[in-house]
Design a protein around this ligand. Structure first.
Ligand SMILES: Nc1ncnc2c1ncn2[C@@H]1O[C@H](COP(=O)(O)OP(=O)(O)OP(=O)(O)O)[C@@H](O)[C@H]1O
Ligand SMILES: [Mg+2]
Length: 165
């Protein structure tokens, strides 16, 4: 058995404790809170090791692009693919254009950003795009995060994380 002789202080919110307790109850051996947190951290670390790269697809309002782009460059993102797309969300594009018009589904112009990142940038990129792209009104867009299996830089043949730097 692993020797447990390091004390780590942890202050958490009520919500966090509840989440941990809920998970604990799904485990057949009902681990203590500390044991539950140890297991979850280990899982998280293993997950990150197995999924070190992600592709973020962001559907945003076109007028937000310049600000998002500047912020991503600032973070250290090494490339962005941007396409003009059209789509609709749960309001079916309606109220975004004409309020109260016919009940017809309308595709609204958006930009689709594709950003491949290494683990160390994932959270910051997702948070940055979300914050900057939000106006608080319906139709602000969506972010999709997929884990990425392989990347190749065509010129050099470099692969994976090497190809993302
Ligand atoms: N489930 C989805 N699958 C694929 N694309 C989507 C999906 N939901 C939204 N999109 C894309 O994102 C764009 C903006 O969606 P939108 O912001 O309206 O989403 P929403 O879920 O309706 O949220 P909100 O209630 O804030 O409007 C759409 O035009 C579409 O291109
Ligand atoms: Mg919508």
């Amino acid at each position: 058995m692993e020797k447990l002789d390091q004390r780590i202080q942890l202050v958490a919110s009520n919500e966090f404790s509840k989440m941990v307790d809920e998970w604990r109850r799904t485990q057949s051996d009902l681990p203590s809170r500390s044991e539950a947190i140890r297991r979850l951290v280990q899982r998280g670390l293993r997950y990150e090791k197995e999924h070190p790269m992600h592709m973020i697809t962001a559907i945003i309002r076109p007028h937000k692009y310049d600000e998002v782009r500047a912020a991503l460059l600032e973070l250290g993102v090494e490339g962005i693919t941007v396409s003009q797309v059209k789509g609709f969300g749960r309001q079916r594009g309606q109220t975004e254009i004409y309020r109260g018009a016919e009940y017809e589904t309308v595709e609204v112009p958006k930009l689709r950003l594709e950003i491949a990142v290494d683990q160390n940038l994932l959270n910051q990129v997702v948070e940055t795009v979300q914050k900057i792209s939000s106006t608080g009104k319906i139709g602000d867009g969506k972010l999709f995060v997929h884990s990425l299996d392989e990347v190749v830089r065509i010129r050099t043949g470099e692969r994976d994380q090497q190809a993302l730097r």
